[in-house]
Ligand binder design. Structure first.
Ligand code: PXP
Length: 253
């Protein structure tokens, strides 16, 4: 087991707050620098089709800043021609392909890779050829894991939202069933040669169960950390999350 998990901090919601006033403050790039200084291994940003939080200019700034520091940018995006062109222009370290519906508040489910294989597989190939590590954001479903492996993507990110929601709402049996499904999917993905990441909805109470799944090597966490930053600051929130992740893996601080 790769003991130390990587942490990608998703800074989208710094842009959400900025956009509430339409100005420049708070700056997601400043949050990215603080996140790295507090123990994030990389920065994740979702350029949505409707640009509701992260903007094209944010991606330009983040890509330049992270390249200068030799730190990875994980660009989350929908499987569209527009996004493909943006990714091919920036060639980020990583691209995570996510489903996107304009009316949703956040990414509500995983990508239907099994149903969309014919267009997702060539999309993945283009991004891989450009040098990005491609990840598919999927639910913990054996059919989707199998389909993801057939696209040639190097990574799957397992959607932890259903587990985290059930755990938070004390739906104990449901949470247990979701966690079991995540563990089975992680094992299956690793056995197919896929690197396994996980994310969505993770907070201090749910991180340890996800971090303890041995095949998982990276977590991407955003909303909770930005929310917690209001109360304790971004650096302390990330350091506490990092410590919980390390505890779950038996890593010395
Ligand atoms: N991973 C992916 C693929 C996502 O789409 C998101 C949300 O943008 C996250 C991780 C982070 O989720 P959260 O903001 O709930 O921590």
């Amino acid at each position: 087991m790769n003991r130390r998990l990587r942490l990608g901090v998703n800074i989208d919601h710094v842009a959400t707050i900025r956009n509430a006033r339409g100005g420049l403050y708070p700056d997601p790039a400043r949050a990215a620098v603080e996140a790295l200084e507090a123990g994030a291994d990389g920065i994740t940003a979702h350029l949505r089709e409707d640009r509701r939080h992260i903007s094209d200019a944010d991606i330009d700034t983040l890509a330049a800043m992270l390249a200068e520091r030799g730190r990875p940018l994980n660009l989350e995006m929908a499987v569209t021609a527009e996004m493909r062109e943006i990714a091919l222009r920036h060639r980020p370290h990583a691209v995570c392909l996510v489903p996107e519906r304009r009316e949703e508040r956040t990414t509500e489910g995983g990508l239907d890779v099994a149903g969309g294989h014919n267009w997702i597989a060539p999309f993945v190939m283009k991004l891989k050829d450009a040098g990005s590590r491609v990840s598919l954001f999927i639910g913990a479903d054996p059919m989707q894991v199998e389909a993801a492996a057939r696209t040639g993507a190097q990574v799957v990110e397992l959607h932890t939202g259903a587990f985290c929601d059930a755990a938070r709402e004390s739906r104990v049996r449901e949470a247990g069933a979701h966690l079991d499904a995540l563990m089975i999917a992680a094992r299956q993905a690793a056995s197919l040669g896929l690197e396994v990441h996980a994310g969505h909805g993770i907070d201090y109470d749910t991180v340890e169960a996800v971090a303890a799944i041995p095949e998982v090597v990276e977590l991407n966490i955003g909303h909770f950390l930005i929310g917690e930053a209001i109360f304790v600051g971004l650096g302390p929130a990330i350091r506490r999350m990092r410590a919980l992740m390390d505890d779950a893996r038996g890593v010395e601080a």
